[in-house]
Design a protein around this ligand. Structure first.
Ligand code: MG
Length: 161
């Protein structure tokens, strides 16, 4: 029925931090203890893109509005908390997650061994089925030079009964 579903698109990108200091966390899963992405929180682009998609679908603005990188509360934060908060905001507005799909763009490391764990973790946190796909940038641009990781996410929300 018209008005009972809404779709949202999310995007995020973070550069690799350089040095060895930060863990690499994607989709709420620890992929490596070192060589992670730089950013205010834990720089989990997958959680950020998905949270952005959910906020967009619910008509609640964007991620930066709700979780400004000037806010010390989110410094070094586990981004599954950001995703959970975005889902809770959508839920309070009367929307539940029908499904979501994430495309992660990166050259390395290989996501295949972690994809299922990421999908399970994201589904658990977002409260609905989330799928994860990986895509290489074929050597093009900054992503192709393995300077960072990007993620596109689409989320479909349905009005709760
Ligand atoms: Mg981000």
């Amino acid at each position: 029925m018209a008005g009972d579903t809404r779709v949202g698109l999310g995007f995020d990108v973070h550069p690799f931090a350089g040095g060895e200091g930060r863990p690499l966390v994607l989709g709420g899963v620890l992929l490596a203890e070192q060589g992670g992405l730089g950013g205010h929180s834990d720089a989990d682009v997958v959680c950020h893109a998905l949270a952005d998609a959910i906020l967009g679908a619910a008509g609640l603005g964007d991620l930066g509005q709700h979780f400004p990188d000037s806010d010390p509360a989110w410094e070094g934060a586990d981004s599954t908390a950001i995703l959970a908060r975005a889902s809770a905001l959508a839920s309070v507005s009367g929307w539940g997650l029908a499904n979501a799909d994430c495309s992660v763009v990166l050259e390395a490391p290989r996501l295949a061994p972690h994809r299922e764990a990421m999908a399970q973790r994201l589904s658990q946190v977002a409260g609905g089925p989330v799928s994860v796909k990986a895509k290489r940038a074929e050597g093009l641009g900054a992503l192709g030079r393995a300077e960072g990781v990007a993620c596109l996410a689409v989320a479909l929300l349905e009005r709760k009964a």
